[in-house]
Design a binder for this molecule. Structure first.
Ligand code: MRU
Length: 360
C-alpha cells in the first residue's frame, strides 16, 4: 500500500495526490503552514487522511514554540490550531484530531514542554496507526454485505489514499477479495476533481482489484441493466441521525440506488461521526474555486466569465442509507446514536453550532 502521509525526521511527508496518476511525487512539509496548504490544495485529501495531517501539522507547529510554561505554550499553539482548523470545513476529522491533541495537552499540563512536544508527535503517529486498524475492522464488518460475484459501485475516493491506509469504503471490498470472493468495482469518475478516475481507479488497479471507470452520469443506466449489486461510499461527516455528508454526487447515487432497489452502504469510522449535530443541515459544506469546474488539467472547457457553483460535498438523507459500517459494527442510521458513548467524548470540547450553517 502506498503511504499517504508519514512523519519523517521531524518533518511531515505527504504524497501529492493532486498530481496522481500522472506522477507519484511527495511534498515535505517543514512547518504547519505548509501542512495547512497541502490540506487546502488537496495534496492530501479524504476525511481520515486530513485528520491525520491535521494532527501532524499541530505536532509540527508545536516543535518550534519557545515557551517556559504550559500556559504560554498553549497560547502560542492557538494560531497553529486556527490555521489547521480553517483549511477545510466539511470533514469533522480535522476538528476531531485537533481536539484529541488539545485534550492530551490539557491532561498532561504538568509535564515539561519538551515532553509535551514529543507526546504530540507520538499521538499524531498513533492516530495514523489506529486509522489503519479501524479501516480493517470496517472491512471485516462490511464484507458480509458483498457476495461472491457482486459488483460494487463507489464514488470519489474513500480508499487507502483517503486514509492512513486500507481505506474505508474500499475496506469491505479488500476483505471480500481476501476471503476469496470474486468481485468487481465500478468507480464513478467524480467530477470535478476526478478522485474516482485519478485515485480510486489507480489504487485498485495497483492492488489487483478489478475496477471499471464510468462517467458519473452512467450509474443509472448500469443499474437499470442490473449490472450493479450494491454501493459503498465514505463520509466526511455523518450527523447523529445518520445523514451523510460525502463528495458531491453521493446524494444522487443514493437516490438512484433507492429507485433500483440497490443497497447503499456508508463506511464511517467513529472519527467521521459528529454526534454533536442532530442532522445533516448542520454540516458546513465547502464551496471550492469555480476553476475546478471550468478547467480540466489547466485547460479551459467553459466560456470565460460563466457563473459557477462548485459545492464540494452534499448531504444524503439517512432514509437513503441502508447501513453505516463503523469499526464497532454496521448500524441502521436510526440506531447510530447508540454509538455516541464509544466516541470517547472527543467532540465534547467543540463549540456547538446554534443552527444550520454554511462555510464562508
Ligand atoms: O474532497 P475530498 O477528495 O477530500 O473528498 C473526499 C471524500 O468525499 C471521501 O469520500 C470522504 O472523505 C471519505 S474518505 C474515507
Amino acid at each position: 500500500m502506498v503511504k499517504t502521509i508519514e512523519w519523517v525526521n521531524g518533518k511531515v511527508r505527504m504524497l501529492d495526490q493532486s498530481r496522481l496518476p500522472v506522477s507519484v511525487s511527495y511534498v515535505t512539509c517543514k512547518d504547519y503552514i505548509k501542512v495547512a496548504e497541502g490540506i487546502k490544495k488537496l495534496w492530501i485529501r479524504g476525511a481520515p487522511a486530513i485528520g491525520i495531517a491535521a494532527a501532524m501539522g499541530v505536532a509540527l507547529g508545536a516543535q518550534k514554540i519557545k515557551a517556559n510554561n504550559f500556559e504560554r505554550f498553549y497560547k502560542a499553539l492557538q494560531p497553529v490550531f486556527s490555521a489547521i482548523l480553517s483549511t477545510r470545513p466539511t470533514a469533522v476529522n480535522i476538528e476531531w484530531a485537533v481536539n484529541r491533541l488539545k485534550n492530551l495537552l490539557m491532561s498532561n499540563r504538568n509535564l515539561s514542554i519538551p515532553k509535551l512536544k514529543s507526546l504530540l508527535i507520538e499521538e499524531a503517529n498513533k492516530i495514523l496507526v489506529e486509522d489503519i486498524e479501524i479501516n480493517k475492522a470496517i472491512g471485516r464488518w462490511g464484507a458480509q454485505f458483498i457476495k461472491d460475484g457482486d459488483t460494487v459501485i463507489t464514488h470519489c475516493n474513500a480508499g487507502s489514499l483517503a486514509t492512513g491506509g486500507y481505506g474505508t469504503a474500499t475496506a469491505p471490498m479488500r476483505v471480500a477479495v481476501e476471503q476469496g470472493k470474486k468481485i468487481k468495482v465500478i468507480a464513478d469518475e467524480t467530477r470535478p476533481v476526478l478522485q474516482g478516475a485519478r485515485l480510486t481507479a489507480w489504487e485498485l488497479m495497483k492492488d489487483g482489484i478489478p475496477v471499471t471507470l464510468i462517467t458519473d452520469n452512467s450509474a443509472a443506466a448500469l443499474m437499470k441493466r442490473g449490472e450493479i449489486n450494491l454501493a459503498i461510499v465514505g463520509t466526511d461527516r455523518t450527523a447523529r441521525n445518520g445523514d451523510v455528508a460525502n463528495k458531491i454526487g453521493t446524494y444522487s447515487l443514493a437516490i438512484l440506488c433507492k429507485e433500483h432497489g440497490i443497497p447503499f452502504y456508508v463506511a464511517a469510522p467513529l472519527s467521521s461521526i459528529d454526534f454533536s449535530i442532530p442532522s445533516g443541515e448542520f454540516i458546513p459544506i465547502e464551496e471550492r474555486n469555480g476553476k475546478e469546474v471550468t478547467h480540466i488539467s489547466g485547460c479551459r472547457i467553459a466560456p470565460h466569465g460563466v457563473k459557477v457553483r462548485n459545492l464540494a460535498f452534499d448531504v444524503t438523507p439517512a432514509k437513503y442509507v441502508t447501513a453505516i459500517i463503523t469499526e464497532k459494527g454496521a448500524f441502521s442510521p436510526k440506531d447510530l446514536h447508540k454509538l455516541q458513548r464509544s466516541n470517547t467524548g472527543l467532540n465534547s470540547i467543540r463549540i456547538k453550532q446554534k443552527g444550520p450553517c454554511r462555510w464562508k
